[in-house]
Ligand binder design. Structure first.
Ligand SMILES: [Zn+2]
Length: 290
């Protein structure tokens, strides 16, 4: 009986100790996200913390720690792609404080979502590219990849994302496109309706990291909002900013056009989170907030 009591006592002691060690630090994130959905993750600590590194699938980001109302808060954005496998994922936070490293984990369920489907019959020459066109496309793809991979360690976004142009949506994010019976990559962004010349606004503050004239996307602007969040604006008729320029939320980046491989003027808008295109609408419409 005594041994049992001693063991129970020890167990209780250990439990209390564990909770004491972990007291004062919280990892906050949603319990479930749907395919293609971005989400915020917060680590809130009563004690000073220096580094908060977050892990989610292949994504890793060091969230900037800011002191807010007597607590230390690290905020980051993570997300899933429209082709993410439904199931349980895990957000892990590795926290470096004055009393050593700590680790917290939270399970997040990825739920499936029904995406619209579009079947198109198009002329073969519109689908198949020549070698020269392919070479150009790969060169442009490499430039984009490089710009996306260079993650700014500072967070310029604050959880508020503006609508880049007022127009309605003609093609939703995640749209499954089937050309001549062959499935193509799902739509990685949102197509907004807009007349040629409509001013396009930066959705959040950030640095223009890439501009150019690309084969598929036409005139493009890429804005780095920090911590792996990059917004992409395509098919512009004019570009009004330069690489390296810092823009505020709402600043005009260029004008709606129909450059690149498109049938008419519109804005293709994409939002990449740590290299993964997510549905920007929950952020723009304020359905997901930090
Ligand atoms: Zn598009």
């Amino acid at each position: 009986m005594f041994i049992f009591r001693a063991a129970l006592c020890l167990l209780l002691m250990l439990l209390t100790m564990t909770s004491a060690v972990w007291a004062g630090v919280r990892l906050e994130c949603p319990d479930k996200v749907s395919q293609g959905e971005p989400f915020y993750v917060r680590v809130v600590s009563d004690e000073p913390v220096e580094i908060v590194r977050l892990f989610w699938g292949p994504m890793t980001v060091d969230a900037t720690v800011r002191s807010e109302a007597g607590a230390w808060v690290a905020l980051a954005m993570l997300g899933t792609g429209s082709m993410a496998k439904p199931g349980i994922g895990q957000v892990k936070a590795s926290i470096q404080g004055s009393d050593g490293p700590r680790e917290l984990t939270r399970a997040v369920r990825i739920t499936s979502r029904k995406f619209a489907e579009q079947r198109l019959k198009v002329a073969k020459k519109m689908v198949n590219l020549s070698q020269a066109q392919l070479d150009r496309h790969y060169r442009e793809k490499a430039r984009v990849k490089k710009a996306m991979a260079d993650i700014s360690p500072e967070r310029f976004w604050n959880g508020q994302f503006l609508r880049p142009i007022p127009g309605g949506i003609s093609s939703t994010y995640g749209l499954r496109r089937i050309f001549n019976g062959e499935p193509r990559k799902p739509h990685a962004g949102v197509d907004f309706r807009g007349k040629k010349g409509t001013p396009i606004k930066a959705v959040a503050p950030g640095e223009v990291v890439l501009t150019g004239s690309h084969y598929f996307s036409g005139n493009v602007v890429y804005v780095d909002h920090g911590l792996g969040v990059v917004s992409v604006y395509c098919h512009l008729s004019a570009i009004d900013v330069a690489e390296g320029q810092f823009v505020s939320a709402g600043q005009v980046l260029g004008k709606v056009g129909s450059t690149g491989r498109v049938t008419g003027p519109h804005l293709h808008f994409g939002l990449s989170v740590l290299g993964q295109y997510v549905d920007p609408m929950p952020l723009i419409e304020g359905r997901i907030t930090p």
